[in-house]
Design a protein around this ligand. Structure first.
Ligand code: FE
Length: 193
């Protein structure tokens, strides 16, 4: 079995005060874990049982398997998109962000706007398309850019469960604070050059 709940890349309290320990306890310990358990049950005894998560996401046409597989991937990607260590974009990633968005500030503005304006539950992403261009992408519910043959670089979860305990209904405030947690090293490593 390839599918499991990966360990968090930091302690549950290390994103305080931007994301509380309590939020992580629920979000990682209940929501993310729940998707892992549901997916394992769904694929048990099927042709997907020994496949990688990425393969399941790209190839399955079963909506329930897809939703759970994508949510497992998306959450792991979200935890890795954050770091307790404050960082700035550097090198090739910084250059490409400036090329496609004008400036880091402009990228920040557009990313937060995309997260704020996404109606309902979903994700906001920085992705690289097949031509190497950087794009901001909103996905609804569980949808994952891997299904669209795009390379995810960074994501923020904008389902209410990600921020409600800390920010109530103020999604924009969450996104603005979340900005300071971005793991730019992770985004740079995901980039194909
Ligand atoms: Fe979530």
């Amino acid at each position: 079995m390839f599918i499991d709940l990966p360990p968090l890349p930091y302690e549950k309290n290390s994103l305080e005060p931007i994301i509380s320990t309590q939020t992580i306890q629920y979000h990682y310990g209940k929501h993310h874990k729940g998707y892992v358990e549901k997916l394992k049950k769904l694929i048990d005894g099927t042709k997907w049982e020994k496949e990688k998560l990425e393969t399941i996401i790209k190839r399955t046409d079963n909506q329930t398997i897809y939703n759970n597989a994508a949510q497992v991937f998306n959450h792991t990607f979200y935890w890795n998109s954050m770091s307790p260590k404050r960082q700035q974009p550097e090198g090739a990633l910084k250059m490409l962000l400036e090329k496609y968005f004008g400036s880091i500030d402009e990228f920040k503005k557009k990313f937060i706007e995309a997260g704020t304006t996404l109606f309902g539950s979903g994700w906001v992403w920085l992705v690289q398309d097949k031509d190497g261009a950087l794009k901001i992408k909103q996905t609804r519910n569980a949808h994952c850019p891997l299904k669209d043959n795009e390379i995810p670089l960074l994501t923020c979860d904008v389902w209410e469960h990600a921020y409600y305990l800390d920010y109530k209904n103020e999604r924009k405030k969450y996104l603005e604070k979340w900005w300071d947690l971005i793991n730019w090293d992770f985004a740079a490593k995901n980039m194909k050059t």
